[in-house]
Ligand binder design. Sequence first.
Ligand code: SAH
Length: 471
Amino acid sequence: MDYLPVFLNLRDQLALVVGGGAVATRKVELLLKAHARVRVVAPRLHAELSLYRDAGRIEHLACAFEPRQFDGAIFAIAATDRSDVNQAVAAAGAARGIFVNVVDDAAASSAVMPAIVDRSPLVIAIGSCGQSPALARRVRAQLEAMLPERLGDLARLAGAARARVQRALPDIGLRRRFWDRLFAGSIASKVFAGGAREAAALLDAELRAASDGTQRPRGEVYLIGAGPGDPDLLTLRALQLLQQSDVVLYDRLVSPAVLERVRRDAERIFVGKQPGRHRVTQERIHSLLLEYAGRGLRVARLKGGDPFIFGRGGEELDLVRRAGVPVIVVPGITAALGAAASAALPLTQRGVAPSVTFVTATGEGAEGLDWRSLAAPLQTVVFYMGVAQLPRIVELLRAHGAPAERPAAIVEQATLPGQRVIAGCLRDINAQAQRAQVVAPALLIVGEVARRAAQSADLVQALDLRGAANA
Ligand code: SAH
């Protein structure tokens, strides 16, 4: 280790920044974030820095660098684009025993600035001892994606409870276990999901139970939307929770690639409908949820798309809540949005589609829909459907006044490697689907915006033909 990482307390201390450009601006902002007083030396200031000066947040010396500008400073950053000036700043700092960072010049620096992941009060600094700032930035990006946004809130919650926990649990072993459980369990997940107040109440209850020895493991349920299939469309929170789940109950719509992102040693339980096999009933899913949570396990209920869009998420939420088990709901990208993006079909569009409706037309539900309004022009209607319902949907739309020429598109296996888009209009979409042998899962998109599907299908075909001609 060639450098010692330390956190400097710069509050109300003077820091000198030499340079007034964009790079200096970022450094000044960083110093202000750390509550330093900042003196900027630069003949001219970047527009943003002028704003800070006008607001009285920095001191500005509009002149060339001179060593006496170090007076009163305990840290300095040289951020000009002239290496002779930067060297002069470094030398003047060294002569006074003040650490100087020269931007992008580790050799001239007595201090190097790390890449920072800021979850204050939890702060992570990543340095490469000047070898590869680009690599340090990359590691930072990885940590950024991994660490919950509200990690700082958890640190604050723990900080506020620290003295109380110390009093209640004088034994250090017990105390460590208490904190470990807290950071891995429902209290932390609550904080990360924005429920700090609820988390504080849970913490009090846990602490009471821990100190009078009545503690029992507390299970929890995560109702997670897995998105339409492409695992890169999982939310960060979904990933974080899938990485800490003990058991995962998943549907048929959850893609194998998404399941790959589940913690290696978690138990995976399929609760979907399989062709030719009996469906796991909703009652059975309910009892599994409660059974596993009751054993103190962290149970992920992973559903295709979003749990609250045609996913019976509401029923599961009510059940788990009634049983007093903490539950966290994580939204997912619903199939309509996934299909729209990957088939390049905007669902609303000025002038032709000022509104969009998501409908489920599976089962008997279809008869109860307001077909007259679904058949009306100037809108987009997305049908979540079993492929077998397609003819009936088209028939009902036509019967309620939708013209045969109204554009329609089917997106099959949206966002998955086998995605296909079948384009047509109400007159021919059935025949098209049959010819293409569409299989589940598939969505039907009806409305003017679906015209684009035909256009882009033509384009793809043209490109394919061109590719074939070139080959
Ligand atoms: N909760 C899910 C929907 C469940 S209903 C969500 O928010 O997406 C099941 C229907 O969703 C399927 O019949 C199909 O119409 C649609 N669907 C789900 N995933 C799909 C995908 N990858 N491509 C196309 N349609 C999909």
